[in-house]
Design a protein around this ligand. Structure first.
Ligand code: HEM
Length: 208
């Protein structure tokens, strides 16, 4: 897992991301895992409340799920879970008090999608996550502060698909089986971009 970010531009949308990941072929996770983040222009001086995320996760024949934790650990943090099903990538926002099936997140965060894709080995999703960098789950609060230029994030992925895959609020999961971890993600100046608002406006697709 890299701590210093890579910077890449998503070819289809032109969105510039700082990114971190597990390389394909590494022992921690079959197929690798990549997360990218783009932030509003002033996010390195004023804490942002939202981000645009890029997820590329391993998936065998369009099965499996992956996710990340916005505070690092699985517990007491906003969790984002994503999985492919037929032509759609679904997401659900979750929160876990312990190491068991996470609850539906009770706060007001919202994901809208910009684009998604799938092939036989991976799926990817570019999405806007509004109100995702501060959370309040029935009084359990926390935040990922962008003004410090450093986040602690967690990654996870699994090969079996969720149960009830077309009902994000009612999925069932087994304990993940394709790697997990916590890492320190340094943000550099490429993460905060004057085009953020224009990019965020492309997030028009709601998948529920
Ligand atoms: C770690 C169970 C779902 C994110 C763990 C660990 C357990 C566990 C037992 C610790 C394993 C170890 O340290 O060896 C479960 C079960 C789940 C579930 C039973 C569902 C039925 C999720 C989901 C996410 C997630 C949906 C995020 C989207 C993580 C992360 C870690 C982790 C990032 C590593 C950091 C940490 O140890 O806190 N999980 N998990 N998990 N889980 Fe889950």
């Amino acid at each position: 897992q890299n701590n210093l970010p890579n910077t890449f531009t998503d070819a289809e949308t032109g969105i510039v991301f700082n990114s971190w990941g597990i390389p394909n072929g590494s022992p921690q996770s079959q197929g690798g895992w990549t997360f990218g983040m783009a932030l509003p222009e002033n996010a390195l001086s004023t804490d942002a409340t939202e981000f645009i995320g890029y997820l590329e996760c391993a998936s065998k024949d369009a099965a499996g799920w992956c996710g990340f934790s916005l505070a690092g650990p699985m517990t007491n943090s906003l969790l984002i879970t994503a999985w492919p099903h037929e032509d759609t990538v679904y997401t659900t926002l979750r929160y876990a008090g312990g190491y068991a099936m996470p609850d539906l997140y009770a706060g007001n965060a919202e994901i809208t999608q910009i684009r998604s894709s799938q092939n036989s080995t991976h799926f990817s999703l570019v999405f806007r996550c509004k109100n995702c960098l501060q959370w309040d789950h029935n009084g359990s609060t926390g935040q990922a502060s962008t003004s410090g230029g450093f986040l602690v994030l967690g990654w996870v992925q699994a090969f079996p698909s969720p149960g009830n895959p077309t009902c994000p609020e009612q999925i069932t999961l087994e304990q993940h089986d394709n790697g997990m971890g916590i890492w320190g993600a340094v943000l550099d100046e490429n993460v905060a971009n004057p085009s953020y608002s224009a990019w965020a406006a492309q997030a028009t697709k709601t998948v529920t």
